[in-house]
Write a protein that binds this ligand. Sequence first.
Ligand SMILES: NC(=O)c1ccc[n+]([C@@H]2O[C@H](COP(=O)([O-])OP(=O)(O)OC[C@H]3O[C@@H](n4cnc5c(N)ncnc54)[C@H](OP(=O)(O)O)[C@@H]3O)[C@@H](O)[C@H]2O)c1
Length: 295
Amino acid sequence: MKNRQVTTLVTGANSGMGKATAMDFAKSKAKVIMLCRNKQKGEAAQKDIIQESGNQDVHLHLCDFSKLDDVRQVGRIINEEYDFLDVVVNNAAIITTRRQETAEGYELQFGVNHLAPFLLTNLLLEKLKASAPARIINVSSGAHSFGKIDFSDLQTLNKRYRTFKVYGQSKLANILFTNELVRRLEGTGVTANSLHPGAVSTNLGIDRETGFGKTIVSMLKPFFKTPEKGAETAIYLATSPEVEGVTGKYFINKKPVETKGATKDEEVAKELWRISDELVGLNREEIVDSWGRFV
Ligand SMILES: NC(=O)c1ccc[n+]([C@@H]2O[C@H](COP(=O)([O-])OP(=O)(O)OC[C@H]3O[C@@H](n4cnc5c(N)ncnc54)[C@H](OP(=O)(O)O)[C@@H]3O)[C@@H](O)[C@H]2O)c1
């Protein structure tokens, strides 16, 4: 329990579990920073959250995760405009059925689901450490078990584009990123955990441009959790005293669960970090400079 207001950040806060998480934080009187890519949808969600929670301290920043310059820019703004950062929920993600690329030419699911939160989190680390105890929550998925980190073809250029393999790779990357982050954060008071929310009825899998996938998602709705139920584990990890100091774990239904195979491989996690660092152009100067002195 801190004797000041807690500052929380949620990515993809306009929809599904991100919105439910931001709503919960707002209701608990935290300061809420919402990162969204679409101004109209972001403002509509911000309005809903302020109205329902009665908390005016809910702030919207636009950031498209398929553009690393947007991520750098929002990292700089957050470091400049907010005194503290106690919780980061890396929630935004996509599933795509065909190969597309980010502004930098990286495969879209790898870029949005892994590289963008990798960069954002690194840019915010000094602020988190200065606010410690602080918590990072990475929303992964059980789909990580379909994935393999294919270092010979991380961008899925040379093999058939199999949606769930590519999505699975990005969600496995979330867990490996969490594990390596934990090693690097030892002794700082900043914890990092990942989670699978279950099967949840959200907009995931619906093509935002064509609406493709809408019918199947609405057919599955009665069998899936609501976004509010789905967000419970992320909220638990962000707020519960029960997990104070707990780090490096993967949770399902608010319980730590053993992961297998590639998730445990320290060498894979280290190599993924090294390559991600190269791909996003991260370096020590940039992290330090990003804290108010970014050029
Ligand atoms: N739903 C499930 O059954 C399930 C299962 C396992 C794991 N998950 C994980 O749960 C998390 C939340 O997903 P959800 O189910 O709540 O899906 P959702 O309703 O589709 O929400 C995804 C959020 O990510 C945002 N986003 C997508 N592309 C982006 C980009 N380029 N830049 C910035 N934001 C972007 C979306 O913004 P727009 O609205 O503007 O597109 C939206 O706010 C994801 O990490 C997902 O992998 C979900």
